[in-house]
Design a protein around this ligand. Structure first.
Ligand SMILES: Nc1ncnc2c1ncn2[C@@H]1O[C@H](COP(=O)(O)OP(=O)(O)OP(=O)(O)O)[C@@H](O)[C@H]1O
Ligand SMILES: [Mg+2]
Length: 213
């Protein structure tokens, strides 16, 4: 007998919105009810994802001491995504499991288009084309949080700022995420309020998961 296919759920938001916190909580809650769940993330833990993390933390630069440009990053993220799908997501959902991914291709559309300096629609179209073979999530949950609230949360975490964490970039990203359903019209996208306690947001995430799956 073939196993019923599992589910692929993505949590998105700006830096500090709580995507890592909420991915872990959703996975834990689903596991408690006896489901087979795995959390993954982008950049992934594979070889290309590891390289991207080194760029984001300033450990990989191009001549001149700068980070690789937005188009190079968009290509790296798209390559990492295919590896993430092939090596982690697809085998797990084929076996009936639920993948909860901390970020996916909405992050590429948001981050690389915002930092491109191009007209948003031109960059978005190109990034969308790069990702046209990426498996579609069953559900994308966006944690909506103002950039200044997210900045306070990131500061309380006490880690060094990464590439893309400047305030103006984060404000533009928050605006992009608010419009995400327009940019991904064929996908199931649920926006939810990221303000309030971790437990309150977790409750909203679970409601979004339950109502859309
Ligand atoms: N609802 C909340 N209220 C207060 N603090 C929160 C809330 N959600 C998360 N935090 C805290 O804010 C910080 C950022 O959360 P988290 O690391 O989950 O964000 P993130 O979206 O994964 O960030 P990044 O994109 O930088 O990885 C953490 O210290 C976390 O404990
Ligand atoms: Mg995180």
């Amino acid at each position: 007998m073939t196993k019923e296919r599992g589910r692929f759920v993505v949590i998105e938001g700006i830096d500090g919105a709580g995507t890592t916190t909420q991915s872990a909580l959703l996975a834990a809650r689903l596991r408690k009810s006896g489901l087979l769940v795995r959390t993954t993330r982008e950049p992934s833990d594979g070889p290309i994802g590891t390289l991207i993390r080194q760029v984001l933390t300033g450990r990989v630069v191009v001549p001149g001491g700068l980070a690789p440009g937005w188009a190079t990053m968009a290509l790296l993220f798209a390559a990492d995504r295919m590896d993430h799908v092939e090596s982690e997501i697809e085998p797990f959902i084929a076996g009936g499991g639920i993948i909860v991914s901390d970020r996916y291709d909405a992050s590429s559309l948001a981050y690389q288009s915002v930092v491109s300096g191009r007209s948003s629609s031109e960059a978005v179209e190109w990034i969308r084309a790069l990702n046209s073979h990426a498996l579609r999530p069953d559900l994308t949950i966006v944690i909506d949080l103002p950039a200044d609230v997210a900045a306070v949360r990131r500061e309380s975490r006490g880690e060094a700022a990464q590439l893309y964490e400047q305030h103006e970039v984060q404000r533009a990203l928050a605006a992009f995420y608010t419009d995400l359903p327009k940019h991904m019209p064929k996908d199931r996208v649920v926006m939810l309020d990221g303000q309030g306690t971790i437990d309150q947001v977790s409750e909203r995430v679970f409601t979004a998961y339950s109502s859309k799956s």
